[in-house]
Structure formats: structure tokens, C-alpha cells
Write a protein that binds this ligand. Sequence first.
Ligand code: ARG
Length: 463
Amino acid sequence: MADKMWSGRSQKALDSRVNDFNSSISFDWRMYSWDIAGSIAHATMLGEQGIIEKKEADKIVNELTKIREDIASGALPIDFEAEDIHMFVEAELTKRIGETGKRLHTARSRNDQVALDIRLYLRQEIRAVQELLADLLTTIAKKASDNIQAVMPGFTHLQHGQPVTFAHYILAYAQMIRRDMERLDDVYVRTDVMPLGSCALAATTYPLNRHRVAELLGFSAVTENSMDGVSDRDFVIELASALSIMMMHLSRFSEEIILWCSSEFGFLELDDAFSTGSSIMPQKKNPDIAELVRGKTGRVYGDLTTLLTMMKNLPLAYNKDMQEDKEAIFDAVDNAKLCLELFTKMLDTAAVRSDAMLQAAKKGFMNATDCADYLVRKGMAFRDAYKITGQLVAHCIKENYIFETLPLKAYQSFSPLFENDIYEAVDLIHCVNERKVYGGPSEDSVRHQIAEINSFVKSKQEL
Ligand code: ARG
């Protein structure tokens, strides 16, 4: 049993089961490069402030840099018997440079150290998720450009409503994904605050320069209250919440992709590389990726619930319960990234079956509103036009017609206002393109939406 760094007061070695139970290195080791970056900034500042000698600070910084390289190259394997990544790095430093290594932890506690590490780690992960979201937006914009004329049924209550295009339909998701990206910008602002110097909870008597540490690590602000600095995990919860909302969007989209790939719809066909077969049914082509995205959404919600519940009755300041934040947020981030990456590729390679969409759009009299509007344009009151159109629908169903094929004479037996131009009025692509209102499905509006999304992505990439 290794001697614990904190084994001053304690007279006994730790029970091995307690050691395992207490340990977090099996999951927090992944923050090693950020832990070392934080220690390098701290040591640099301690040297600059004369809290430790400049020479000693330099020695610490040099050795920490080597330790980071050695972990990255595999020359220094992580010791999973250690309590956590902070202890592991510090113990290794002391092993290598002796007494000087022991000075690193001056005016610092693992409480503010872990708060710093998790912020550094999540700052990077937020940007990584945003990049994947930008790729998804680009893919949606491209798919939309390719399908501007692809008429499909628009649904409410999953019943045929009014015709739209596949482009307009997927651009609805582009708006959701865009908001997801903006939400993450907001989370970033509150994650980008430097807590080191809060120490255990009551800051310190040493003359630290916390703003210098923030500057060295590229933080925009420092925490204002030392007790809050070590107790705040709001930013972790906010990230899990933003990721949950993002996953909810992906899950709705997945649910639809699963429907569109069924033989009942047949609107989409997934690429062979992004669908799977069945071990017994040779004909099967399953949308497993979409199903897993839908399934993993529940898992990310679970992570959010874990975090909210873990924090809800913790007295200030640090409590060991908070060690549980990492597995939950790592899981949420890992799964969100994995889902985004695969979902984007699956969408990108899926074939859009515009014929099947058009055939489906012709069922269900989705141009009924347009037929009524036609009569209104010819001078009839909307309520009368609505009634006549309803009678026309009943007639068509009985006689096996759709509006596009019903003879003009039949139309005219319902109202003399019908003329030959009714066929243009009920033509589905015409119906879509007449919806020119801002935000509508017309070709011009869709082109505008695509341009907006592309310029949004470009503005983000320029940052
Ligand atoms: N492994 C701990 C965590 O993740 C680090 C902080 C430990 N602090 C303490 N006082 N025991 O939260």
C-alpha cells in the first residue's frame, strides 16, 4: 500500500477496498494534459510572485513538460493504484525532482485543481462538439440544395397536412442544430472562468496572482468567490443540458429517418455502409445508427439527471460526491460526439427517393387548401370555398380521382368559378412555390435559408 500524500494525521494504511472506492484515476486520467497545463501555469505564477524561487519554478515547469510527453508517448504508464490524476502527476514529479516537486502544491488544493481541470477539459470538448455540429449543418445545407424541388408530404399528427419539399423539411433541423451550437457558445462563456486560487475553500494568505494564471491558460475571467469557485458545477450541468437538447433533436430526426426508410414510406435509402443486415432475414437493411442515436439520447438524459441529483443537496463547499460529475459528463460528451459524427455521415450518404415522396404527396389531398384559396381568389368567401372543396374531396374519393386528374367538367359542376387554370393551382410544386412568405417552403425562401446556414457556419469557422 503506497503511502498517501495526505497520510500525516492518519495512523493506518487505507483499506484496499476504500482505496478503490475512493479512487477516480480510472476515469480522470484523461484530463492529464490539462492537469499538467494547470500545474505549469500555477508554478510559473508562484515563481513570478516570489512565492517559490524562480529556479525551482523553472525546474517544476520543465519536468512537468517531460511528464506530459512521457504520458503521451506511453513511456510513463498511468498507475491505476493512484488516487487520482492530480496525485499521480504530483507524485511522479516529486519522484523525479525530489524536494522541489513538493513545492508545487503551495497555495493550491485538489478542490480548486479539479475545478480547473474539468473547465479546461470541457472548454476543449465544447469546441469539438461545435465543430461536429457545423459539419452536420453543412451536410444538411448540401442535401437541401440537392433537393429543392423534391416535393414531400408535410405532416401534422403524422397525417398528411400540406406539401413541402425535402429541402424545407431538413432545413427545419438546420435551425435546431444552429440553436444547439449557439447554446454551446453560451455554456462556453460560463465554463471559461478560472477557479484556481480558491484553494480548499477560503483562498489563501499567499499573494497569488490569479489573473496571471487565467492569462496563461487563456481564460476570459476568474471566479469571484472562493467558496463558489470550488463548489460550482453549474457549467457541467449546463453542458449536459445543452447536449440533452441537442440529442433530443438528433433523436427526432433519427425517428423520422427510421420511418422514411420503412417500405411504407420509402422516402430515403441508407447507404450500405451505414445500415446493417439481419442474421436471419436476408432481405433486411436496418437503420441501426439512427436507432442507436435515438437510444443513446436516453443515456445522455440519464447523465443530466445524475448531475442534477448529485448536486441538489450538497452543503458548501467541496464534497466528494462531486467526483461523480466526471463519469457523467464524459459519457454525455463522448456519446454526443459519437452520435453526431455517425449521424452526419449516415445522412450525407443516404439517397433521397424523390419519386416516392411525390407519389406519397399526391395522396391525401394536400392541395385542398390551395384549391379553396383558388376559389377565394376568384371572389368566393373562404368559408364557402372551404365547403365546396370538402365536397370535391368526397367526390374524388368516391370516384377515385385526385385534384390533379379530376376533369374540368366535374369541377365546374361544383362551382362555375373553376377554369382551366385550376390544374396549375393544385399542382404540388406550384403549391409549394406559391408559399413565398418569409420562412416558407418556396424555392426562393429555401435558397435564402441555405445561404443563411452556410454563412452562419462560415462565421463560426472564422472564429
Ligand atoms: N478526485 C477528486 C474529484 O474528482 C479530486 C478532489 C479531491 N479533493 C478532496 N478534498 N478529496 O473531485
